[in-house]
Design a protein around this ligand. Structure first.
Ligand code: PHB
Length: 393
C-alpha cells in the first residue's frame, strides 16, 4: 500500500505528464510542408525554381521557426497533370499528415487540389499558379505570386499611353491565358486601342509557325503575348525572328513570363527591346534582391539565374515563417489564414501585401525592357504601377 500523500503526488505527476506530453511533442514536431509542383517533364523548372527559392530562404533564415523545425516534402506532378496533383495532395494530407500545402506551378493543378485544402482545412500557399479564380476555390488558399489580370492590365494601359493602337493577342488556351487576354482587351479597348485578332494556342507543345504567320498577315503594331514561362517563349521568339516580324515593324509586348529570368540569358538578342509587365526582375535594384540573388547562388550552385517562381517560393516561405511566429507555431487552418491576411512582406521584388479580403497578393507591377547589362540580357525596369490588385474577380 502506498502512503496516501505520496500516492496523491504521484497521481498529480501522472496527470501533469499526460497534459504535458502533447505540448512537449507538439513543440518538437516538425511543421510539415507538402510542396506540389512539376519536377520533371517540360515544366520541371517550375519545381526546381521553387525548391531553389526555399533553399535560399532557409540559407538566410534557418529551418526552425517558433520552436518548430520546418520539413519540406517534395512531390512531382510531372505536370500539367491535375489528377496526379490531386492524388499527391491526398497522400500528403492523409498519410504524411502535412500541415501546409504549397507550390503549384500550374493553374489546373492548383484547381484540382483546392477542394482538398478546403475539406481538410489545410493552408494552401500558391507559389505561382496565376489564374484569378484560384483563391476563390477555398478560404484556406493564399497567393504570394501574381495573377494574370494583375499583370496584363498595366501592360494594356502602358501600350495605350505609348501610342500602340493596333494589337494581335496570342495566349495559351487555358485559364491564365484567357485571364490575360480578357484583362488586356478590357483595358486596351477601354483606352481606345483596337484588337485585330485574338489567337489562343494549345497549352501543350504548341506549333507556333502558323500562328506567327497569322500575326504577320494581320499587320498589327504589336503582339500581346501570354505564354507560361519556359520553353514556349523560346520557341515563339525563335519563330518571330525567323519569319522577320520585327523587320515588318511588329513589336512584342508581353507578360514577363515570356522573358523569364531563368531562360532569358539563353534567348538571344532577338529579345532585345521586348517590353514586358511583371512583378519581378533579377535586375530589380534593392538590397533585398541583392541578398536574395546571393543566397540563391550560394544555396543552388550551378542553377543559373532565379526567376519569379523562385522569388515567390522565397516569399511564400517568408509568409509561412511570419504566420508561424504570429500563431506561436500553431498550423490550424483558420488561425494560420488569419495570420496571413493583411500580412506585409519586404520581397526581393519590393513590398507586397496579402490582401485581407481576397488572400491574393497586392504589389507593384513594373514595365521592363530587355537590355544588355555587362553583356548579359536582363529585364530592365523603367516604369511602374504601384499597389496593383487582382482585377479578375
Ligand atoms: C499557371 O498555370 O497559372 C501559370 C503557369 C506559368 C506561368 C504563369 C501562370 O508563367
Amino acid at each position: 500500500m502506498i502512503f496516501r500523500p505520496l500516492r496523491r503526488a504521484m497521481l498529480a505527476c501522472g496527470a501533469l505528464a499526460v497534459f504535458a506530453s502533447p505540448l512537449a511533442s507538439h513543440a518538437a514536431d516538425p511543421v510539415k510542408i507538402g510542396l506540389i509542383a512539376p519536377f520533371s517533364g517540360s515544366f520541371a523548372d517550375y519545381g526546381k525554381q521553387m525548391e531553389g527559392g526555399i533553399k535560399a530562404w532557409q540559407k538566410l533564415h534557418g529551418d526552425t521557426v517558433a520552436g518548430r523545425k520546418i520539413q519540406i516534402i517534395m512531390k512531382d506532378t510531372t505536370g500539367p497533370v491535375p489528377d496526379v496533383a490531386k492524388r499527391l495532395a491526398q497522400e500528403l494530407v492523409v498519410r504524411d499528415k502535412v500541415d501546409i500545402l504549397a507550390g503549384f506551378g500550374l493553374t489546373p493543378e492548383a484547381l484540382a487540389v483546392a477542394p482538398i485544402a478546403e475539406q481538410a482545412k489545410k493552408p494552401m500557399v500558391i507559389f505561382n499558379a496565376a489564374s484569378s479564380v484560384i483563391t476563390t476555390k477555398s478560404n484556406y488558399i493564399a497567393r504570394v505570386s501574381m495573377t494574370l489580370p494583375q499583370i496584363s492590365a498595366p501592360m494594356a494601359t502602358w501600350a495605350v499611353r505609348n501610342n500602340i493602337r493596333k494589337v494581335v493577342t496570342l495566349v495559351a488556351d487555358y485559364a491564365p491565358g484567357i485571364d490575360a487576354e480578357t484583362a488586356f482587351k478590357t483595358n486596351f479597348l477601354g483606352g481606345g486601342g483596337q484588337i485585330v485578332e485574338s489567337i489562343r494556342v494549345p497549352l501543350r507543345n504548341p506549333e507556333f509557325a502558323p500562328f506567327i504567320q497569322r500575326i504577320k498577315d494581320a499587320r498589327p503594331e504589336a503582339v500581346f503575348l501570354f505564354l507560361p514561362a519556359g520553353e514556349q517563349g523560346v520557341a515563339f521568339m525563335k519563330g518571330f525572328r525567323e519569319r522577320g516580324l520585327s523587320e515588318a515593324g511588329i513589336r512584342v509586348i508581353a507578360t514577363g513570363d515570356l522573358t523569364d529570368d531563368h531562360v532569358l540569358p539563353a534567348m538571344g538578342d532577338a529579345t532585345l527591346g521586348v517590353i514586358t509587365s511583371f512583378h519581378y526582375s533579377a535586375a530589380h535594384d534593392s538590397k533585398e534582391n541583392k541578398a536574395f540573388l546571393k543566397a540563391f547562388a550560394e544555396a543552388n550552385p550551378g542553377a543559373g539565374r532565379p526567376n519569379f517562381m523562385a522569388v515567390a517560393a522565397f516569399d511564400g516561405m517568408g509568409a509561412i515563417y511570419e504566420a508561424l511566429k504570429k500563431t506561436n507555431g500553431v498550423t490550424d487552418g483558420d488561425k494560420f489564414l488569419a495570420a496571413l491576411k493583411g500580412m506585409k512582406l519586404q520581397s526581393p521584388r519590393g513590398g507586397i501585401t496579402i490582401d485581407s479580403a481576397t488572400r491574393d497578393v497586392i504589389q507593384t507591377v513594373y514595365i521592363r525592357k530587355v537590355e544588355k547589362i555587362n553583356g548579359e540580357l536582363y529585364n530592365v525596369e523603367f516604369d511602374k504601377f504601384e499597389g496593383v490588385k487582382d482585377s479578375g474577380k
